[in-house]
Design a protein around this ligand. Structure first.
Ligand SMILES: [Zn+2]
Length: 270
């Protein structure tokens, strides 16, 4: 499948256009028997009056895709149900999941930028790019991204994994954290590892990146080597951390995340 992003909608909405509609952070999907799909324009007749802040996303294999918010009454139609996007991993095609993530980011951005952060006026959508502009003071806002680093730290043939207190399930993952203003990504890697487990790292190498639309992170993944220090957990964010060999791993994150890709890379290469 090939997705081409765009912000200028076509003049007509074809009946097969795909709609990524969010209702209080949950995606509306069509559920029939055991299969789950993204609704088309023709599925939305009972919902049309409920759709707010429509945004054009681009085309998927030539089919126009839209994001929108539901005004809330999603019980009207029989087929559409709201689901947490993360619960749809493995149930929807991965391309559709990532387009839904893009839609979630844009819906969230729209909701939090309806008013100008400078003077409080209602903002307007710009027509020549995806941005919101204030008609009073011209402050322009682009869709917000929050960059975060995520890093696999290796010591000999072991990987550093920690348990974050925000994880609902008892699993261990590579460490991560948000980039601060004025910081390079490499400085962020060193600071986060020092803050969370009190060790120093070296030989930081770029691994890859992944949008993580909950609601607007961009995960930038690295590998690094242990340099100095003993693990001492911060106790507030990280409640346990240790070095794990590949044949003795704890519960690790699901396959779709870049955290898991880092751990899989470690398993394959060490
Ligand atoms: Zn303003």
């Amino acid at each position: 499948m090939s997705f081409i992003p765009d912000f200028n909608p076509p003049s007509k909405e074809p009946a097969n256009a795909l709609w990524f509609i969010f209702d209080r952070g949950r995606l509306l999907v069509k559920i029939q028997d055991d299969s789950c799909s993204i609704p088309k324009t023709s599925d939305l007749k009972p919902y049309q009056t409920d759709l707010l802040h429509k945004q054009y996303l681009g085309t998927l294999d030539g089919r126009p895709c839209y994001a929108a918010e539901s005004a809330g009454d999603n019980q009207k139609g029989k087929d559409l149900k709201s689901r947490d996007l993360r619960a749809l991993f493995g149930k929807l095609d991965e391309n559709l999941i990532w387009i839904a993530g893009r839609a979630n980011q844009l819906v969230n951005w729209n909701q939090t930028h309806l008013y100008c952060g400078g003077c409080g006026q209602l903002t307007e959508n710009k027509t020549d790019e995806r941005a919101k502009i204030c008609p009073q003071c011209s402050l322009t806002n682009y869709p917000r991204l929050s960059p975060a680093i995520i890093v696999a730290v290796l010591k000999n043939d072991k990987i550093l994994l920690g348990r974050n207190k925000r994880f609902k399930l008892p699993f261990y993952s590579v460490l991560a954290g948000f980039v601060e203003p004025g910081e390079t990504l490499e400085q962020c890697v060193k600071r986060e590892i020092r803050e969370e487990v009190a060790i120093a790292v070296k030989n930081i190498r770029y691994f890859g990146s992944q949008p993580w639309p909950f609601p607007n992170s961009l995960m930038i993944a690295f590998t690094a080597e242990y340099d100095d220090g003993e693990i001492r957990i911060d106790g507030s964010e990280i409640i346990d951390a240790a070095w794990f060999a590949k044949d003795n791993l704890p519960n690790i994150p699901p396959r779709i995340s870049i955290a898991r890709q880092l751990i899989d890379w470690f398993i394959q290469n060490h």
